[in-house]
Design a protein around this ligand. Structure first.
Ligand code: ADP
Ligand code: MG
Length: 315
């Protein structure tokens, strides 16, 4: 195929900008594929978002502490995957952080200890019972609340990629906000897509780059999204085990084949920190990471590239 046409289309979903860069022969064909892909993202947002009161996840949060709630098979499979990822990350990634997310985002000050402790006591994936026989979800405790914020964009990226592959598009870059990227094949003039990692504290200048091909790359950080309480910034990423927002790193990025996994792992790397991430990538072999640290505010950020799958652009 001579890939001589390239289109770039942006649309807003899930509170961020999705962007598709599609390469192929025919502009109309690519535009139709983009429309179909975006339609899929809209459906996913309608199914999964806690901000959509009619979503399946909102329904689960509303009544799964009283009765089993049947969800679509694909939503059920995503919840199963989320449970596996919790176990795999020592509980750092945990969709039951939903109640904590809500508590901190209400911005009514730092929650009192007893309130925080009570919410931490509802935060654990073991309180979510997934029944494969009828695709139902039930909470083992009142107060449990799930939030797919740390995996939803990765899932949307995965489904977009499926739409593109079904349409035989062999060269594309899918961006779900700045959070998750997926590279389908390579651009017409190179053997991989080169993507930048921005410095979150220096006018977003480029810190480093990675080259990806048929892989996903996700970033988690607390500089774009946070709540300010009494002048202190609190991250939107919360350690489910302590109940506190996480501040240790500037950024954590994960590189792996599956965008659902990269999205969840970036969040988990951000929470678990540099040494845990190093050990995890060493044990897995198929996962790469970029961890950006800063010793003191104002210091130059330090970029740690971890894992054999991380390739840097030759400079
Ligand atoms: P972004 O959405 O900015 O790309 P993440 O993928 O790291 O960042 O997801 C952060 C979102 O995930 C938060 O806004 C919140 O809704 C939810 N969340 C926060 N802490 C956790 C956690 N420990 N595990 C799972 N989800 C979390
Ligand atoms: Mg994430």
């Amino acid at each position: 195929m001579s890939d001589d046409t390239m289109i770039r289309i942006r649309r807003t979903f899930m509170g961020c900008e999705f962007e598709l860069v599609l390469c192929g022969e025919d502009k109309d064909y690519l535009t139709n594929a983009a429309d179909e892909a975006f339609e899929e993202v809209r459906r996913i947002e309608d199914d999964l978002s806690v901000f959509v009161p009619t979503s399946e996840i909102s329904d689960v949060n509303f009544r799964a502490d009283r009765e089993p709630v049947i969800v679509q098979p694909r939503v059920f499979r995503l919840l199963q995957k989320a449970a596996e990822l919790s176990a795999d990350t020592d509980g750092a990634f945990d969709i039951t952080a939903g109640a904590l997310v809500r508590l901190w985002s209400s911005a009514e000050g730092v929650p009192p200890h007893d309130v925080l402790d009570a919410v931490v006591a509802t935060t654990d994936m073991q309180y979510v019972r997934l029944n494969e026989r009828d695709n139902s979800v039930e909470f083992a405790k009142p107060g449990v609340r799930i939030d797919l914020g740390a995996i939803g964009k990765g899932y949307a990226a995965a489904e977009v990629v499926q739409v593109l592959r079904d349409r035989c598009i062999e060269s594309a870059l899918v961006a779900a906000g700045t959070s998750t990227l997926y590279a389908v094949g390579c651009p017409p003039d190179a053997d991989a897509w080169t993507v930048g990692v921005r410095n979150p504290v220096m006018n977003n200048e480029r810190l480093t780059t990675v080259r990806i091909r048929d892989q996903a790359f996700s970033t988690s950080g607390s500089h774009e999204r946070f709540v300010a309480i009494d002048g202190v910034r609190y991250s939107h990423i919360i350690d489910p085990r302590t109940g506190w927002p996480v501040t240790g790193l500037l950024l954590a990025c994960a590189l792996v084949d599956d965008p659902i996994e990269s999205d969840a792992l970036a969040t988990a790397f951000f929470i678990n920190g540099l040494e845990w991430t190093r050990a995890y990538c060493l044990a897995r072999g198929d996962v790469g990471a970029i961890i950006v640290t800063q010793d003191q505010p104002g210091d130059k950020p330090v970029v740690h590239r971890i894992g054999r799958t991380i390739h840097q652009e030759r400079e």
